[in-house]
Design a protein around this ligand. Sequence first.
Ligand code: SF4
Length: 288
Amino acid sequence: MTNKPFTPPCATGCAATQMELFAAPATAPAATEFDWDAHDVVIVGDSGGKDSGATVHEVCAQADKAGQLHKVRVLHCDLGRTDDGHLIEWPGALEVARVHAQQYGVPFAVRRSKRWGSLWERILSHGNWPGHFARYCTSDLKTAVGRDYVDEVGAELRLGRPVRAGYAMGMRAEESGARAAKPTLERHRMSGKGTLRVVTTWLPIHKLTTAQVWDLHRANGIAYHDAYTQQMRRLSCRACPLAHTDDLVRSAQLNPELFAEYAKAEVDMDRRFKKSISLREIIGRARN
Ligand code: SF4
């Protein structure tokens, strides 16, 4: 972890992770500004990545201005370890997320899936890698965990009614056309009759460019992960089938043991890691 600012080479983010997390609307709130008075709590999903750091900053800055900082909490969804004991995420990502919360003096929580011991366990159970049309990694290990945390906070607040929660994420329009089409605020499908919650998805840094995200880090001393200084353009899982091949090759150079375990699973499951390239080929490129 480091506080030294720098400019990474591109705008790629954890598209897959953020895309599915609290993605679909039930009904869209009409307002374009987040209504602090209408919410009991605001949870910021923090993977430890740069967009998460900028999101925590934006949410806390706005909350402080509105006298509502007491409503903010930061949540890190822990994806666990492989069978050989390797962290699925980048080592230190959780600690960076913790520092983000500490910087603004808001509570920090780490939660895991109640059903799956790790993303690794989920992948092996599925018998195939996550993909664009099988985003079970985010739905089971992030969305479900976030939903449970909303319910946990709701129970803790003892409101006698469903909790009204904001859920802030670091999704940005610049990352893809699909993301650009997302509204800054929308009601999430987990809300509604018969549920314990009314959840508003909030994208506070939706309009920021990558350069502006790093500007925010520089101007505010926001912590970021060392992987960015190692030419990585994204964080979250160290080996993600949806990541750009160049990032995977670089990650394989930095995480050879983890990639060896993934490559063995690729053989055992007889399922190619990416359509365009296998893990064996990624590791081969990393060695060269
Ligand atoms: S494998 Fe990890 S990084 Fe990739 S989409 Fe799933 S949760 Fe996100």
